[in-house]
Design a protein around this ligand. Structure first.
Ligand code: GCU
Length: 423
């Protein structure tokens, strides 16, 4: 009898036994493969990087590899004809504490060409050297960060979102009046202003709408269709952040030398790449950026390279496809992206319930960028193991893992405010 049951038992065993198929998502630390990470302090030819001069050259080498193999090569600098068009200025915003400004950045200088709408909210009082500023990319339009009717409602294409559609915030991929302040919980505008910091933000879809359209629209309408090793959407959004910084540098109320680029999730990936490329950013904040952001690709924990390339084929360069289920062949890993921000302040934040983004992989990246910071006389996370929940660690590389899920919370902002005030 038992013998007759055996095949069925074996089948049942196979069904419950945890084994990982290629497309399965791993959330088990014991199943993280063993791997060897590339060393940021070794040139591609194996020679060691022993001083700041060497690092300058190694930095170039690494930037080149991230460009050609991951995010794609990006046009350098700003288009010659680009110009800033002031749209609005509101004195006495937030009961007189702040000034609100809106500026349209015309990338080609032409009104019917691609543009980015920048919202700048700054403390009414600023010293002669100006205030520090967060430059933050937003997911749902500038009007979504605060309920004020003063903020112009975005008319740009918005990514479909069932919840927003159900709630009437989105109709035919456009925001409705109801969408004002819809994401306000993620944006403590008053707290930022009260602490003497400005907040500048733009809708990422202005630069490149977040869908796989074969790169016809957004900034690609100006630069043409990218080749296989040229910028995907993350590269475009990061380039947009640099153009917004071009503007902030012209505003005397803002200290262009103390601008922190901030992004959550896919926009956290973007902030890291923007900060790696553009050394004018004094600080970089990656909030729950995960795969293709702060998380180490070789860990294959949560979202993997193959998965992200399948779900979002337009985010990275086509060359990144080579590394689907082949992470060990990558010439780089994400700790080196963080190292590219050295010696500037970088903040990597995780959330404990955000396993998809691999919090441990994010921590390890932050920690393993440390030797580059140390070579440049700076300090890394200062701990060997992941800190406890809601405990911010580090100096020039900072890290925390907070309670809760994939989101941006007041706890996160409190840490970013402390960090920006240390600049
Ligand atoms: C998806 C994607 C992540 C990304 C996230 C987001 O979950 O898989 O890589 O970070 O969207 O941007 O919200």
């Amino acid at each position: 009898m038992v013998y007759r049951l055996l095949p069925f038992l074996a089948l049942a065993f196979l069904a419950v036994r945890p084994c990982l198929a290629e497309d399965e998502v791993n959330y088990d630390e014991a199943k993280v493969p063993t791997f060897t990470l590339p060393d940021p302090l070794r040139f591609e030819d194996g020679a060691p990087v022993t001083n700041a001069g060497d690092w300058k050259k190694r930095r170039k080498e690494l930037l080149g590899l991230f460009a050609s193999e991951v995010y794609g090569k990006t046009p350098v600098g700003r288009p010659e004809a680009m110009r800033f068009v002031p749209v609005k200025r509101v004195e006495g915003f937030l009961g007189g504490k702040a000034v609100l400004e809106e500026v349209r950045i015309l990338f080609s200088g032409k009104e019917d060409g691609p543009f980015l709408d920048l919202l700048v909210i700054k403390p009414a009082k600023a010293g002669p050297e100006g205030v520090p500023a967060f430059l933050a990319l937003n997911f749902a339009g500038n009007h979504s960060i605060h309920p004020s009717a003063e903020i112009t409602l975005s008319t740009s294409w918005m990514r479909p979102n069932r919840e927003d559609e159900k709630a009437g915030l989105l109709k035919d991929n456009r925001a409705t009046e109801l969408a004002r302040g819809a994401r306000a919980a993620r944006w403590p505008v008053e707290k930022i202003i009260d602490s003497g910091v400005a907040l500048a933000t733009f809708y990422y879809g202005d630069v490149d709408p977040d869908f796989d359209d074969g790169f016809e629209n957004g900034i690609h309408a100006l630069f043409g269709k990218p080749g296989p090793d040229e910028w995907g959407s993350i590269g475009s959004w990061a380039w947009g952040a640099s153009r917004a910084l071009d503007y902030l540098e012209t505003d005397p109320a803002i200290d262009g030398k103390r601008v922190a680029v901030f992004g959550h999730s896919r926009l956290g990936k973007t902030a890291l790449w923007a900060g790696a490329r553009d050394e004018r950013f004094a600080m970089v904040i990656s909030n729950d950026s995960g795969c293709g952001g702060a998380a180490l690709s070789r860990r294959r924990f949560g979202e993997k390279v193959a998965r992200i390339n399948t779900s979002f084929p337009h985010w990275f360069a086509d060359t990144f496809l080579k590394y689907n289920d082949n992470e060990n062949a990558l010439p780089v890993d994400q700790h080196e992206l963080i190292a590219l921000i050295a010696p500037r302040l970088v903040y990597v934040a995780s959330a404990v319930e955000d396993e998809w983004a691999d919090p441990r992989g994010e921590f390890l990246s932050a920690k393993l960028a440390g030797p580059v910071y140390e070579l440049l006389g700076k300090k890394g996370v200062g701990v060997e193991e992941m800190p406890g929940l809601n405990e911010s660690v580090g100096a020039d590389i900072r890290y925390h893992i907070r309670t809760g899920k994939h989101d941006v919370t007041d706890y996160d902002w409190e840490q970013y405010l402390k960090a920006i005030h240390s600049l």
